[in-house]
Design a protein around this ligand. Structure first.
Ligand code: NIG
Ligand code: FE
Length: 415
């Protein structure tokens, strides 16, 4: 069979082959093939296996010898706020001096300060600024990223953000999955009229993002939206055919994780303070827990999500950066893996499952990406090490030396 690309002789080829999201002990199985190869045709994977077997069946137009390297699926980042304008480095310094994230937010800073900057920016400026962040994700091995709106908070500005996400997805090498987060914060002009803002989200914004945003998310937290407000936004989104996500239990618990399970959400995210009962509900519903250790680290806090308990209870886990200017300006999934292993006690194998196949399911794309299996998109990365555990063990640099998207080399660009 003639193929476009053969990547062969990988010291370790991680397939992550799976019939669905991984939970429990399945998260430890990476489908590791020593001296492995993968063949690509028309942007899709056609064959995976030991190099000798794959080579015997294909005639390749192009070949890459991955001897001494790990080859694995492109990383998937299932929770980002990477489209925004401006910086909040001043708030970072205030927090170092003792102010809390919620205090800054209630004082009119926090999310609202990024909303002001994002509203001021033109579509072109927003795309340019955010595009540079996307390139950084790509350089660290991410081939698909979710991205939320939520810094517009008016009909026009939320649509501007959505357009920016769509333009970025077309123009850059990564695929970007759009999530509507109109219920991220109550904008200043609605401060005394929160009910009216929730109604605006439900009656005006949701119908306009239908068919464009794949998911609807709500920040369910004290100082943002309570459980009933979250329920009313998500229930309407569900009627309109959007998938559901919830920012739940980042600073306290309002029951957002339980609601996510009840409504059949695709994921519940953060989950630092989720009660045991709600974790069980997530396990029963098969709702993915998207954990964001970079946020806890970014805030300089000490309490991380109870990942080990989640694995014991059978909750499928994914990892994400949460890239945003308030709590975690970090686009590196390998750094998130390093944090997850140290502070949430994931093993390197569990963290890799959580950043590939499970993360793909967390954005509704588990049947297309996230593993190296025939008929999946040929999104793969090459690491400058023969042992995948180095992805967790070594941190602060970048082990990703090559990134292929749909079978095309997209990083480094000048190779
Ligand atoms: O996931 N918690 C809400 N949203 C973001 C923070 C957004 C911001 O501070 O700008 C988060 O941590
Ligand atoms: Fe977030």
């Amino acid at each position: 069979m003639e193929v476009d690309l053969l990547v062969c002789s990988a010291s370790q080829l991680l397939t992550l082959a799976s019939h669905g999201p991984k939970s429990g002990s399945a998260m430890s199985h990476l489908g590791l093939i020593q001296d492995g190869a993968v063949a690509v045709r028309g942007g899709q994977i056609v064959l995976v296996g030991p190099t000798a077997e794959v080579r015997a069946q294909v005639e390749a137009k192009e070949e890459f010898d991955a001897f001494g390297h790990v080859v694995m699926p492109g990383l998937v980042d299932p929770h980002t706020h990477l489209v925004f304008a401006g910086s909040r480095v001043d708030e970072f310094e205030m927090r170092l001096r003792g102010a809390s994230y919620l205090e800054i937010m209630v004082g009119g800073g926090g999310i609202m300060s990024t909303v002001r900057a994002t509203r001021k920016a033109s579509l072109g400026e927003l795309v340019e600024e955010s595009g540079r962040r996307l390139d950084d994700l790509l350089a660290h091995g991410t081939t698909t990223a979710e991205c939320k709106t939520g810094y517009g908070l008016s009909v026009d500005d939320e649509l501007k953000m959505l357009t920016a996400i769509e333009e970025l997805s077309c123009a850059r090498a990564l695929d970007v999955v759009p999530t509507f987060l109109g219920a991220h914060a109550v904008p200043e002009e609605y401060k005394e009229r929160k009910d009216e803002y929730v109604q605006l989200v439900i009656d005006e914004m949701l119908p306009q993002v239908k068919g464009r945003a794949r998911f609807c998310d709500v920040f369910c937290e004290k100082g943002a939206f309570d459980l009933e407000e979250t329920r009313s936004v998500l229930a309407r989104a569900k009627e309109l055919g959007l998938g559901l996500k919830v920012h739940a239990d980042e600073f306290g618990s309002l029951g957002g994780a339980h609601l996510a399970a009840e409504l059949g959400a695709v994921s519940a995210d953060h989950l630092v303070f989720t009660p045991e009962e709600d974790l069980k509900a997530l396990a029963r519903a098969g709702t993915m827990a998207v954990l964001l250790p970079g946020t806890t680290f970014g805030l300089g806090e000490g309490q991380y999500a109870p990942a080990r308990r989640m694995i014991e209870l059978g909750v499928p886990l994914a990892l994400a950066t949460d890239l945003n200017p308030g709590t975690c300006w970090c686009g590196s999934m390998p750094f998130i893996i390093a944090l997850a292993c140290r502070y949430m006690r994931l093993t390197p194998a569990e963290a890799v499952s959580a950043s590939t196949i499970n993360a793909a399911y967390a954005v509704g794309l588990g049947e297309k990406i996230g593993s190296l299996e025939p008929n999946k998109m040929a999104d793969l990365i090459v690491l400058d090490t023969p042992d995948y555990r180095d992805l967790a063990y070594r941190f602060g640099g970048n082990l990703v030396t090559r990134v292929y998207k749909r079978g095309h080399l997209v990083w480094p660009r000048d190779n």
